[in-house]
Design a binder for this molecule. Structure first.
Ligand code: HOZ
Length: 419
């Protein structure tokens, strides 16, 4: 880390890795296998970060490795159409039929940034509406009251974002339909897009209240805005078909990332054909990328999604539920106020007695206790997301044994954290 700090700001290549939310030195990854990682000092951890979400099959999944190795034999990049990208695109559309057309990009930020540009072009409007504590990548329009590392570092509005652009990003508290409706009504020039994480993973784990997503759909329809579900985190995590399947609400545009790259850089934005046809070269909205649809990433994504059948999804979900229930029981037994939840294989918890409905309530949870708990868990070989404003994940490699071991270790960690 000392050498890294000489090279990279804060010693890291993405701020969330720096442990600023919990203090102390980040662990340096050496290798991973299944549910486990080993750090550069040889210490073993059961990993619930999973590269911040992509590794739904676990680390170094043999299926993914073989697919990437096979693809690699034929070349690592072409900058040309390939059959692999068509296969992955077809598979995504089969699971998410409302994603009628899509464009592959290389990161979630690229996906959300491009989706908003497209929404602005499609509607002829400039303003967007997002929710406090939701994180949609680091493009200028989204660094307003954002979650994830922005929240962890306490940088609600990043310097370097032109004020004129930030002014076009309206924000409402998550789960507050009235506030969103008022903002839409006040904005005389109209809103191009309402963008939301259908289940928030970037202020910690916060599910939508019944009716919230449905209300946003209605608000988008009545105000002429497009509804964008940012499913970079939730896609192929909260249900085999994402938010549409879990909540029955259909977005106009959907952004995907993480799982669809199986641990390699791939992301996508897509949705209704008439909107996507506006993207160049079909239409005039420009967006491009040398490594978009990279064959290694497509192969990894294809292997991951093919393996992640609905049956496997529900197996992982059951184990996630067991872990969350176990953690709740431990907290009850130790008399610690804790709320926890999961959607599919995405989960999280707050040290608070009432479930957090939005970022403000998440911030009011006991973050000091979180820090002590995080480090006590880390010492015992459990790697949780290193910030109260991040979600955790499970993989197919986290079996009943890993759940039992984790719960045993978390009990010890909580006892130490409250001692
Ligand atoms: N969405 C991820 C964290 N919530 C991004 C990871 C990163 O910023 O490096």
């Amino acid at each position: 880390m000392a050498r890294a700090r000489e090279l990279f700001p804060g010693g890291v290549n993405s701020p969330v890795r720096a442990f600023r939310g919990v203090g102390g030195e980040p662990i340096v990854a050496e290798r991973g296998e299944g549910a486990r990682i080993w750090d550069a000092d040889g210490k073993e951890y059961i990993d619930f970060v999973l590269s911040w979400g992509p590794l739904v099959l676990g680390h170094a999944s043999p299926i993914v490795l073989e697919a990437v190795a096979n693809a690699m034999q034929r070349g690592t990049s072409f900058g040309m159409p390939t059959e692999l990208e068509v296969q992955l695109g077809e598979l995504i559309r089969q699971r998410m039929p409302h994603v009628e057309m899509m464009r592959f990009v290389s990161s979630g930020t690229e996906a959300t940034m491009s989706a908003v540009r497209l929404a602005r072009a499609f509607t002829g409007r400039d303003a967007i509406l997002k929710f406090e504590g939701c994180y949609h990548g680091h493009a200028d329009s989204f660094l307003v009251k954002a979650g994830s590392g922005v929240a962890t570092l306490g940088l609600p509005d990043s310097p370097g974002v032109p004020a004129a652009l930030a002014a076009l990003t309206l924000t409402a508290p998550f789960n507050d339909l009235d506030a969103a409706t008022d903002l839409a009504a006040q904005n005389k020039k109209g809103i191009a897009a309402i963008i939301v994480e259908p289940v928030v993973g970037n202020s910690g784990f916060i599910p939508p209240e019944p009716g919230f997503l449905e209300g946003l759909r209605k608000l988008a329809d009545s105000s002429g805005a497009l509804l964008i579900f940012d499913e970079v985190m939730t896609g192929f995590r909260i249900a085999p078909g994402g938010a549409k399947e879990r909540f029955g609400v259909t977005a106009d545009l959907t952004t995907l990332g993480k799982v669809i790259g199986g641990g390699l850089p791939a992301a996508a934005y897509g949705g209704r054909r008439e909107i996507m046809e506006r993207v160049a070269p079909s239409g005039p909205v420009y967006q491009a990328g040398t490594l978009s649809g990279n064959p290694l990433a497509m192969a990894a994504g294809l292997a991951t999604l093919t393996t992640l059948t609905p049956e496997l999804h529900s197996r992982i979900e059951k184990r996630t539920a067991a872990l969350v229930e176990g953690l709740q029981m431990i907290a009850r037994e130790l008399n610690v106020p804790l709320t926890a939840g999961h959607a599919g294989s995405m989960w999280g918890f707050f040290f608070t007695s009432k479930p957090a409905r939005n970022f403000m309530e998440a911030k009011a949870s006991d973050v000091e206790l979180f820090r002590r708990f995080f480090h006590a868990a880390l010492d015992r070989g459990v790697y949780l997301a290193p910030s109260p404003f991040e979600a955790c994940f499970m993989s197919a490699a986290h079996g009943d044994a890993e759940v039992a071991t984790t719960l045993e270790r978390l009990r010890g960690a909580l006892e130490q954290a409250i001692a």
